[in-house]
Design a protein around this ligand. Structure first.
Ligand code: C2E
Ligand code: MG
Ligand code: MG
Ligand code: MG
Length: 287
């Protein structure tokens, strides 16, 4: 009967698709209430230098759904971006991160710790984004250079003049920038040199097979050369093995993040591991 009405109608009755849509709508409804119901948490993943000294962390959001358990950000962040829910969620992430920096900067063990925070395209494009960041820095009285915003190539190239204006205003406040998932986008040196970046983050897709794939090694070497010529730091993400770290080190990478050093974990666990590792003999020789 639907067939008479044409192809589009037929597609609409596809039960598989209907189920997918229903699930998404339900999830979106749940997402809408997730902040007030305190279902979000930030997890923290350690970042280390070449001697394995921790110098910072990346904050990664987790959603604890009452029925589905933990939902991965790869599942709900895209949904949040489509529905504009990313704005309140992104703000919650920033505020929670600033509150964390405030505590860290007053604790001798973490006083120089830099916290990296992922920022979504829509969040970054809000007309009052710079004001939001500025107010949070003031409200929590944090040293702005301890806050590092992770941006991606695709969101920056979208409107390069606006991007430069927003980044410059944030830079003036003192915050740092890292270019996340670097190498998966299309940015040229031409564009990159105009952006006030501090760090390139080598995407984990190049790290995964670095020990066995010569072209991944060549890409990593190129990224590091680019970073040096632009006077930027480099960090590799997704480092899982000693072998991967060795390859990265031999190409000149000095900062690392990945399961080899620690998975993203809740704050209590993060601070416990940090306390332990700082008291290990291997770490007692730092300046
Ligand atoms: P990302 O920012 O590139 O984060 C790195 C992802 O790699 C994280 O996944 C992290 O848990 C994972 N990872 C870290 N080390 C390893 C490793 O050694 N091996 C492997 N296989 N994976 C590793 P996660 O936490 O699931 O986050 C996925 C993505 O969701 C993030 O990618 C980021 O794009 C987005 N995201 C996470 N938190 C936030 C947030 O607060 N705001 C926004 N806008 N996006 C977020
Ligand atoms: Mg990131
Ligand atoms: Mg990344
Ligand atoms: Mg990613």
């Amino acid at each position: 009967q639907a067939k008479k009405e044409g192809r589009n109608v037929l597609r609409f009755f596809d039960p598989q698709m209907q189920e997918t849509i229903a699930k998404r709508t339900a999830l979106e409804g749940d997402l809408r209430k997730a902040i007030e119901n305190h279902q979000f948490q930030l997890h923290y993943q350690i970042q280390v230098d070449e001697s394995r000294h921790p110098f910072g962390a990346e904050a990664l959001i987790r959603w604890f759904h009452p029925e589905h358990g933990m939902v991965s950000p790869d599942q709900f962040i895209p949904l949040a971006e489509e529905s504009d829910l990313i704005l309140p969620i992104g703000y919650w992430v920033l505020e929670t991160a600033c509150a964390r920096i405030q505590r860290w900067q007053h604790d001798a063990k973490t006083s120089g710790f830099v916290l990296s925070v992922n920022v979504s395209a829509k969040q970054f494009r809000q007309t009052d984004f710079v004001n939001q960041v500025q107010s949070l820095i003031q409200q929590y009285e944090i040293n702005p250079s301890l806050l590092k915003l992770e941006l991606t190539e695709s969101m920056l190239l979208d409107n390069i003049e606006d991007t430069i204006a927003t980044m410059s205003a944030l830079k003036e406040l003192g915050v740092k920038f890292s270019l996340d998932d670097f190498g998966t986008g299309y940015s040229s040196l031409q564009y990159l040199k105009r952006l006030p970046l501090d760090q390139l983050k080598i995407d984990q897709s190049f790290v995964r097979d670095i020990a066995v794939d010569a072209s991944d090694r060549a890409i990593v070497r190129t990224i590091i050369a680019m970073a040096h010529s632009l006077d930027l730091d480099v960090i590799a993400e997704g480092v899982e093995t000693e072998e991967q770290q060795k390859h990265l080190s031999s190409k000149g990478c000095k900062n690392f993040q990945g399961y080899l050093f620690g998975k993203p974990v809740p704050i209590e666990q993060f601070e416990t591991s940090l306390r332990k590792s700082l008291f290990q003999p291997a770490d007692s020789c730092h300046e």
